[in-house]
Design a protein around this ligand. Structure first.
Ligand code: GGG
Length: 326
């Protein structure tokens, strides 16, 4: 059976790391069909629409999507693309790797981030010349859904520590609802977990990341805490992610378009290669996913490494080395 993969490189280094991942996926000879779609700042400039309907439809109808990065148009691109694939959970593993200089080499945390609502629901209003508001949407149903997903993910992937991040002492109603939903799921299914105020959690993650396994988060908190954890393991070039829905999913590096290095050929493809491995898992090519992860891990340990990790390798050098290791 042929699987159709929507490939949407997006902006900046997305156009460098996504082709690298496609090269690796093609080398596996799984008969995947790749169909490229346009989205991002450059499409906004050229066509007045950062996410043309045909790209949205491409993602909605594909078996999986590999996305690169969005720049200034992130809200117009990645949020609707997540909707196109019916995603409700953004899974972001932050792991340290042998051979990579990590601030905290003992880090192995997976952030399970609610990705349909919170402050990313996109409800902002200019009320007066001086006052602008943002509506934070938290529903019991979406909170339950992310809690169920997060607890199940922890159980299936062997994580004993689950933490629910919130700020219910200040955002009493919204995060109160989020926390209650997580408590209810844990109580019904007899899951054990800790809860943590997200500001204090940010500090504890830096001091003692080894105490954390799966962290279930509201939308913005998950976006921020996962970037914080990237800093513990060697940087954003290492964090992949999956945007998971009931039947479809979109995979993307956690990093953005990195305009400062775009076009130089030195972007680290690791996060996108690991996202491609998550895509293979989603398509039930578990053995091939493991092969890609092993090859990436070997190259991280033996080099070449890109400048963000202290090396002088290019995106192409790393990709070639991963292909050789495969
Ligand atoms: N590949 C990740 C990316 O493009 N990030 C840009 C961004 O701002 N994303 C917001 C989000 O992940 O919700």
């Amino acid at each position: 059976m042929t699987h159709r993969i929507a490939v949407i490189p997006g902006d900046g280094i997305g156009g460098e790391v996504v082709p690298a991942a496609v090269e690796v996926l093609e080398a596996l000879e799984l008969g995947l069909e790749f169909v490229e779609g346009e989205a991002g700042d450059y499409v906004q400039q050229e066509r007045g629409d950062a996410l043309p309907q045909e790209t949205y439809d491409l993602a909605a109808e594909a078996d999986a999507t590999l996305f690169g990065a969005a720049g200034e148009t992130a809200a117009d691109v990645i949020l609707p693309l997540r909707e196109a694939v019916g995603s409700f959970a953004n899974v972001r593993p932050a792991r340290a790797y042998p051979g990579v200089d990590a601030v905290k080499p003992e880090t192995d945390i997976v952030f399970v981030r609610e990705n349909t609502e919170g402050v990313y629901a996109g409800i902002e209003d200019d009320l007066t010349d001086d006052v602008t508001t943002l509506t934070r949407v938290i529903t019991g149903s979406a909170s339950r859904r992310i809690a169920e997903y997060g607890f199940e993910y922890a159980e299936e992937n062997g994580f004993s520590d689950v933490t629910v991040a919130h700020k219910a002492n200040v955002m009493r109603k919204t995060d109160g609802r989020f926390l209650s939903a997580c408590e209810a799921v844990a109580s019904e299914e007899e899951y054990e977990y800790d809860e943590a105020l997200m500001d204090a959690l940010a500090m504890h993650l830096i001091l003692h990341p080894e105490e954390y396994g799966v962290v279930i988060c509201p939308n913005l908190a998950g976006d921020m805490l996962s970037d914080l954890a990237a800093g513990l393991v060697g940087g954003l070039g290492l964090l992949p992610s999956a945007n998971v829905g009931p039947d479809n999913a979109l995979f993307e590096p956690v990093h953005g378009s990195a305009p400062d290095i775009a076009g130089e050929g030195v972007a680290n493809p690791t996060a996108t290669l690991l996202s491609a491995a998550m895509l293979l898992d989603h398509l039930e090519f578990e053995d091939e996913a493991a092969r890609v992860r092993d090859a990436v891990t070997t190259v991280l340990a033996d080099g070449p490494q890109t400048p963000d990790l202290g090396g002088n390798g290019t995106t192409g050098d790393v990709t070639e080395a991963v292909l050789d290791a495969l």
